[in-house]
Design a protein around this ligand. Structure first.
Ligand code: CAA
Length: 394
């Protein structure tokens, strides 16, 4: 079978963030609830000039920095915060990045699982030989939004992770065994007429944990093991991170399932490195799992060459998958060289008042007339002209 996996990755976050201590103060909530209770410290806030397209394009530009766009034969954007009911985010990205005409381009949606759906399709495309030597670009991009003042508000965020998938996986070779678990549930959704998500908070947590158990069991069967398997065989466990405490709850559930009565020990070395970036950015929906993977590769100081990692993707509604990867020699140095920590450090902290103003502006941005202003970031959403979205590019 053809080896397939992640050759390169790119990350984009808005240049602005809200410190959760400012949100806690404004909402009259003890800050410990956000810091310790949810495990989140900062959340990315997208300005009205940024949308899912600009974040996706920026992440893809980073992932493609050493690649000729003409090598891309498949481009999928996984998102649950698309900008049009018909035209896919992937087509806008094609225009902004100059992807070739012979490239297959589309968007996938299944809540936070939508990006993984694209990854699985791209892996099958490569393994089946349909790629004919070309590479796939899968971009996970979202702006997570809940009603102001709701329990979900501190778990917002915005950003994108782009993955270049190929038969030369110089970051992670992904294993062929995948455990799937899907169910029709109403844990989290966003009706067509709403900008922010509706969530049955505590129920969504139990749906996530049940799906984890189902997908993990299915993966064990798929990977041919009737012999007992313990998840501490993985050097790192990377979970979908709607908020960091959820990954902790997931790890507890997984290790409990394995019969481990003291999961705190493995949590420290298997999970914590993967939460360094998510706790500074918030929920990126489709991209959260892959930001956590980038966080492991960028911040875990142990040499991980040849190590196996476990990955768990969850999308409400629901579909979940458990799969694995082997870290390629030199992958950590490549991801460290992206200086993602410096990118986070360089963001501007906004006040609570600016956060409220920004969200109010974003509310009407999809229909606002295009303004030809100087762009503050590489790709800028300028507004709408004759019902067409207008973007500035570098
Ligand atoms: N000091 C320290 N900790 C405190 C505290 C304080 N003063 N006050 C509360 N806490 C702790 C609580 O004990 C709790 O921790 P545990 O769960 O470990 O017991 C934690 O803070 C949160 O408190 P609550 O459960 O009371 O919080 P809440 O009900 O107000 O909201 C939430 C929590 C339901 C997760 C809410 O933020 C939410 O709805 N978020 C969006 C939904 C979500 O992310 N679901 C995840 C699964 S679905 C999914 O993964 C898809 C997706 O991306 C959305």
């Amino acid at each position: 079978m053809i080896t397939a996996g992640i050759e390169a990755l790119g990350v984009a976050v808005p240049g602005t963030y809200l410190d959760l201590s400012d949100l806690a103060q404004a909402r009259g909530v003890p800050v410990a609830k956000f810091h310790e209770g949810l495990g989140v410290r900062e959340m990315s806030v997208a300005l009205a000039s940024e949308d899912t397209v600009t974040l996706a394009a920026r992440a893809a530009r980073m992932a493609l920095k050493d690649v000729d766009p003409h090598e891309i034969g498949l481009c999928i954007v996984g998102t649950e915060t698309a900008v049009d009911h018909s035209k896919p985010v992937a087509s806008f990205v094609q225009g902004l990045l100059g992807l070739p005409q012979h490239c297959r381009i589309y968007e996938t949606k299944h809540a936070c699982y939508g990006g993984t759906a694209g990854v699985m399709t791209a892996l099958d495309w490569i393994r089946a030989g349909s790629h004919k030597g070309r590479k796939a670009l899968v971009i996970c991009a979202d702006i997570a939004r809940y009603p102001l003042g709701s329990p979900g508000e501190p778990t917002q965020g915005a950003g994108a992770v782009a993955l270049l998938l190929s038969e030369s996986p110089s970051l992670i070779a992904l294993g062929p065994a995948v455990g799937t678990c899907s169910r029709d549930v109403n844990d989290f959704w966003r009706p067509l007429y709403k900008k922010s998500a509706i969530v049955d908070g505590q129920y969504s947590l139990s749906c996530y944990l049940e799906a984890l158990q189902g997908a993990y069991l299915a993966w064990q069967v798929e990977s041919g093991g009737l012999k007992p398997f313990r998840s501490d065989a993985f050097a790192a466990m990377v979970y979908h991170v709607p908020f960091p405490k959820m990954a902790k709850k997931a790890h507890w559930a997984l290790r409990d399932f394995d019969g481990d009565r003291d999961p705190e020990v493995s949590y420290r070395w298997q999970v914590e490195h993967g939460l360094n970036f998510p706790q500074r950015v918030g929920n990126l929906y489709t991209a959260s799992l892959y930001l956590s993977l980038a966080s492991v590769l960028a911040t875990d100081l142990r040499p991980l060459d040849g190590a196996q990692v476990g990955l768990f993707s969850y999308g409400s509604g629901s579909c979940a998958e458990f799969f694995t990867g082997i870290v390629t020699r030199g992958a950590q140095a490549k991801v460290k060289a992206l200086q993602l920590d410096k990118m986070l450090d360089a963001r501007r902290r906004i006040s609570f008042a600016e956060y409220e103003r920004t969200l109010a502006q974003a509310e009407g941005a999809d229909a606002a007339p295009a303004k030809r202003e100087a762009a503050g970031h590489p790709y800028t959403f300028l507004g709408v002209e004759a019902d067409r979205r207008v973007y500035a590019r570098p």
